[in-house]
Design a protein around this ligand. Sequence first.
Ligand SMILES: [Zn+2]
Length: 439
Amino acid sequence: MKRLVLAAVFTIILSGAVYASDTADAKPVNISFAQLLAQVKGELPRPPDTGEPLSVAAAEDLKKDSRYWVTIQAGDKYVRTALLEAGLDIAEIGDKSVSGFITAADLDKLPENGFTVQSRQTIYEYAKKHLKDFPAADARYHNYQETIEVLQGLAAANPELASLFSIGRTTEGREIWCLRLNSTQKGPAPGSKPGALYMGTHHAREHLSNEVALLYAVWLLEHKNDPEIRKYLDTLDIYIIPMVNPDGAEYDIRTGKYRWHRKNMRPNPDKSIGVDLNRNYDFLWCTQGASHSPGSETYCGPSAFSEPEPQAIKAFVPARPNLKVAMSYHSYSSLILYPWAGKDAEVDNARDRGVFTAMGAAMGKLTGYRPQRASDLYVATGETGDWLYSNYGIFGFTTELEGRSFYPGADIIDRAVAGNIKAALYMLSVADDPYKVLR
Ligand SMILES: [Zn+2]
């Protein structure tokens, strides 16, 4: 998101630290984690504070958006699950209610289906009250091109450890990039050492999830000579895919203002946009906690794995039977979630259940987030972690990062990254044999 100022900033601060993607003679140099994480702060131009909560252009765009921010009575996970099926995208959970976005069409049907809408406001009204940070003020976040440049810089500066490859293309044809960290094996070739997978940005507007995954990669390489990190790089096969849904992430900021876009960019037959990628995996697909209506925020798609982004993950994972653990970053709620998400039950296998519980508790402690079974919040089928575990026995977790909105501002990045690096390192520490957490 800081593209306009990127060149100047990197020239001044990082002294040409980024490997230019499209020039063969670009000169890769080290990217400093500290520089990326801290030094850039305050160095970027911010838009003048005019006291205007929303620019005229942004207002016009959001006035045309038919979605509402609503609060609906919901006292338990069964009502919450039904609301997901009715098209509500639950962002906040209270004791007796939930809040989130819903389309006007889905909202109209709620009362006749027995739901009590406590409050509603158009997305425009919501934005006027809640949107303080425009993309320009969030310049520390990395858009798609900037993310690629950082990944390329890392691969170029650390050829003995890092390699970069695409796992597939998106709906709009963007490459989904994967950085591999491994001291002996490079590129897309299968690995023989125990593997760990980290993913960000299944949901477009959750930009913090890209930062956490990306800066984790930067941090690992910057600490590659620390004995502990060296051991992981020598003995494990580490994959980091910061942007699973770059199309949606770019759409969310394309006009220079946020749009609260969640899904990918699939054009639907009813002219709505997008499929919810975290409902598109093939585990009890679209049986609970997802909507069959294309316009809905929780639309599961026409079939399981209908979308190219989850298809890319589907091709990636079984080709790497060495994968043992995985983390998918989302925002926001400060939670560490584990299976099942798609059914209201514990994992059957007692040992596996023990691993999920123990790893969840450990990562909860390191992040300050609450660990729990995902379906204790609500049942949502077609989700990544369930699919990873049910098909491949991979201990697949979801982290809902901290923050009180989808756009928590740039100041939250430092703390979120620091805490989640600790949890990600913990995951590496058990990746060789997750069952050792039981001993
Ligand atoms: Zn999400």
